[in-house]
Design a binder for this molecule. Structure first.
Ligand code: FAD
Length: 310
């Protein structure tokens, strides 16, 4: 737990970001968890996943935009990505995931409206090419604004996906509200950010138990559950609950990260389940990668092995 907290604190450090970028050790992890630097790389990865009947949600890496102008580049990047998906015939296989702070949330009092405007442009393009958008969930301080942003977007595009994190104490209430929205696409995950004091469960068992309680609400409700975990126990519980409450493989999906448990991703898909892989691309991978190492230090060991065996 202490190692996790330390690593998550490091995910925000600019000095470490500069130090770490480009080392051989880092490259091993980047290559495993990031599809490449360009949108074309992510589209190619989505095409390869589709060959195994795996769906994708593509994320243009980057967060915490520090200026409104920067958010315009992010929107352009997503629009271009969506057009590429259209050109390659992949829009029924791949959607996009967007971090609200990459499109303006957090930029002072005007940030929320800017995020709504920017996400609306991305959603309009997604609608045009026939795919969907999921709005990622970030640190706890952004949760209330992110939920308001999603509600605004859903008024026009009801298919906009939202993420709920079981480590937050508030999440069971949020899940209950969303589970009542017919067809609402809800990604349930444990949560990857440094929890803020008092607002989050910190013990693994508490987080897992909260995940199961929210999962049950989603499976018994009328939303569309997207079960985002690599945890075999939780995957089994999701499968059991779906069966118990009469959901077929079309009525929910499993989600995992690019590079994490690829054999399990293919195994579930081969059973006929809907499995979506979160595919990040871009050069701004530092924060994303530190979160991957924080949740599973074995990912750092993996990188070390790669260097030693080269
Ligand atoms: P953990 O408790 O981390 O791991 C449980 C077990 O799973 C491990 O013991 C191991 O057996 C197995 N496992 C875990 N990782 C790996 C791996 N890399 N390789 C092999 N086995 C592994 N978090 C957010 O805060 N906001 C988001 O918007 C968000 N979006 C996500 C989208 C997707 C599709 C996924 C899969 C995760 C997302 N997350 C997000 C991250 C999430 O919150 C967790 O931090 C992350 O998924 C790790 O938790 P876990 O449920 O896999 O279980």
């Amino acid at each position: 737990m202490v190692l996790r907290q330390t690593l998550l604190a490091a995910s925000g450090s600019d000095r470490l970001r500069t130090l770490v970028a480009g080392t051989r050790l880092t490259r091993g992890v980047v290559d495993r968890f990031v599809a490449g630097e360009r949108a074309e790389d992510a589209v190619r990865a989505a095409g390869e996943l589709a060959e195994y009947d795996l769906l994708s949600s593509i994320d243009h890496l980057g967060e915490d935009a520090d200026h409104p102008a920067r958010t315009q580049d992010v929107v352009k990047g997503y629009v271009r990505l969506l057009r590429l998906l259209d050109d390659t015939g992949l829009t029924s296989w791949a959607e996009v995931s967007v971090k609200p702070t990459a499109v303006g949330l957090g930029l002072g009092p005007e940030g929320e409206a800017l995020a709504v405007d920017n996400l609306s442009r991305i959603c309009d393009t997604a609608a045009e090419v026939g795919t969907t958008v999921t709005v990622d969930m970030e640190a706890a301080r952004h949760v209330p604004a992110t939920l308001r942003v999603v509600a605004r977007l859903r008024a026009r595009h009801p298919w906009v996906g939202c993420v709920l994190q079981s480590y937050l104490r508030r999440t069971e209430g949020d899940t209950a509200a969303m589970a009542a929205e017919p067809g609402a696409r809800v990604r349930l995950c444990k949560g990857a950010y440094a929890p803020e004091r008092g607002s989050a469960y910190t013990g693994r068992r508490e987080v897992d138990a909260a995940f199961v309680r929210s999962l049950r609400r989603l499976m018994t409700g009328s939303a569309y559950p997207m079960v985002a975990t690599h945890d075999s126990r939780l995957i089994d519980i999701a499968t059991t609950l779906a069966r118990r409450y009469g959901r077929t493989y079309d009525d929910f999906e499993y989600q995992m990260l690019y590079g994490a448990r690829p054999t399990e991703q293919r195994r579930l898909a081969s059973l006929g389940a809907r499995v979506r892989v979160y595919v990040p691309y871009g050069t701004d991978w530092y924060g994303y990668l530190v979160r991957r190492v924080a949740e599973r230090p074995a990912n750092a060991a993996f990188a070390a092995r790669q260097v030693l065996t080269r």
